[in-house]
Design a protein around this ligand. Structure first.
Ligand SMILES: Cc1cc2nc3c(=O)[nH]c(=O)nc-3n(C[C@H](O)[C@H](O)[C@H](O)COP(=O)(O)OP(=O)(O)OC[C@H]3O[C@@H](n4cnc5c(N)ncnc54)[C@H](O)[C@@H]3O)c2cc1C
Length: 389
């Protein structure tokens, strides 16, 4: 079977899982620890799709479908606590019909609630709320969910090498034939040959493409998140309006994550968490749950969305959260290289399926995808057996 080399230990883990199930020989290289990019650093919202129904119907549908699949294949990493979209003023109320129609079109179930019903479910909500809609949002453990994909891929034979950074592509004319890596533990460089290389480097995917002399439509879109101590609500709380700043609170175990801000950046390695973003998150999220105003940050961090730049839109909230994979043979005349860009942690399995289907077409193999129904191993299994990397 062909040897596929994946660059990037984020959604690359879901791809390693899919490809090993299809019988490919798989090696994945990650420059840091697994999940040290964006996939280990997000809110942990298992999207119902509700946040995308206003501008991004395709992502809304993708999210709801994957929400249902992940609950089935990775239940250990998911808390099925539900979500609420709440309207706090007349402008929010004016979005309600469009929200309900959008959810309906994407197949997302909704449960309109009166203010009294919403307050009895979540007593810490702003008592001035005018309306609420229940949706099947849930919370994922960002780390455990993704590690369950790595654990299963590894048990099925994938070689996973951490602290192993791609410094160049091995080019034979216009063919990518492998990668040049430096192992940061040993300090040694080596070349790893492969029949096909997948660029799954998320916000850094432009750098990998540049090694082949080509460009890809990646736009890093950082955002800041703040954790406060205690669960201010049990369900996820969103503001009922087109997604914007400071409009979501995600309870995570004994913390609540306030999210998020968004801007566009050139270099995902230079992303900070500006103090004014933290202040804005407290003030905006206190509109959802007033008690937040008196809380102190327990943790503050940022991460970069790997946005698929399909238009010249400069509003990071308006850029679609859908994904695409590119065959650079067809697109740029470079054989042996595929790039995967965009998506959400919620849609990582679907991203992997679409990429593995493309690899199947490129390698002339018609092998069905089985990741929809294959229950993932517990994340702890990653460390059982060979401790190598
Ligand atoms: C603020 C914020 C909040 C979010 N909240 C949510 C949420 O609640 N729910 C949700 O579903 N999604 C959420 N997302 C989106 C989601 O986190 C991302 O879409 C997803 O994690 C991106 O995965 P990725 O694998 O493409 O990128 P990454 O996870 O960044 O993976 C790419 C990997 O490539 C590695 N790499 C880079 N260069 C090299 C190299 N040269 N050699 C080897 N390895 C390399 C990096 O170290 C990195 O680990 C959020 C994103 C942000 C920024």
């Amino acid at each position: 079977m062909e040897h596929i080399l994946i660059i990037g230990g984020g959604v690359g883990g879901a791809l390693a899982h899919d490809l090993t199930l299809r019988g490919y020989r798989v090696t994945l290289v990650e420059r840091g620890e697994l999940l040290s990019g964006t996939t280990g650093r997000h809110h942990g919202l298992l999207h119902s799709g509700g946040r995308y129904v206003f501008h991004d119907a395709e992502t809304a549908r993708e999210c709801y479908e994957e929400n249902r699949i992940l609950r089935h294949i990775a239940s250990e990493a998911i808390e099925p606590n539900g979500g609420l979209f709440i309207a706090l003023n007349e402008e929010d109320i004016s979005h309600q019909d469009r929200f309900l129609e959008g959810c309906n079109a994407a197949g997302i179930p909704t449960a309109p609630l009166s203010p009294r019903q919403a307050m009895s479910r979540e007593p810490a909500l702003n008592p001035a709320l005018l309306a609420a809609v229940g949706v099947p949002d849930a919370v994922m453990d960002a780390w455990r969910l993704a590690m369950a994909f790595f654990a299963t891929a590894r048990a099925n034979g994938a070689a996973i090498r951490t602290f192993c950074e791609v410094t160049d592509l091995k080019m034979l004319g216009r063919q990518v034939a492998g990668v040049r890596v430096i192992d940061h533990r040993s300090g040694l460089s080596e070349t790893i040959g492969a029949d096909l290389v997948v660029n799954a480097a998320g916000p850094w995917s432009g750098r990998i493409a540049a090694m082949a002399g080509i460009g890809v439509p990646i736009q890093p879109g950082p955002g800041v998140m703040v954790a406060v101590r205690g669960r201010v609500t049990q369900a996820v709380v969103n503001r009922l309006h087109p997604a914007g700043e400071g409009d979501i609170i995600v309870p995570q175990r004994r913390l609540s994550v306030l999210g998020t801000t968004a801007w566009l950046a050139d270099d995902p390695d230079q992303v900070t968490a500006p103090a004014e973003h933290v202040a804005r998150l407290f003030s905006l999220c206190a509109e959802l749950v007033p008690a937040v105003a008196a809380m102190a940050p327990h943790a503050v961090w940022s991460a970069s969305r790997p946005l698929l730049q399909s238009s010249q839109d400069q509003d990071p909230f308006a850029i679609s959260r859908t994904f695409d994979c590119f065959d650079h043979a067809a697109r740029d005349g470079i054989e042996g290289l595929v790039t995967l860009i965009g998506g959400k942690a919620t849609t990582m399995r679907a991203m992997a399926e679409q990429t593995a289907d493309l690899i199947g077409r490129k390698t002339g193999r018609d092998i069905a995808c089985h990741t929809r129904e294959t229950i993932l191993l517990p994340y702890r299994r990653y460390w059982r057996g060979d401790m190598g990397n």
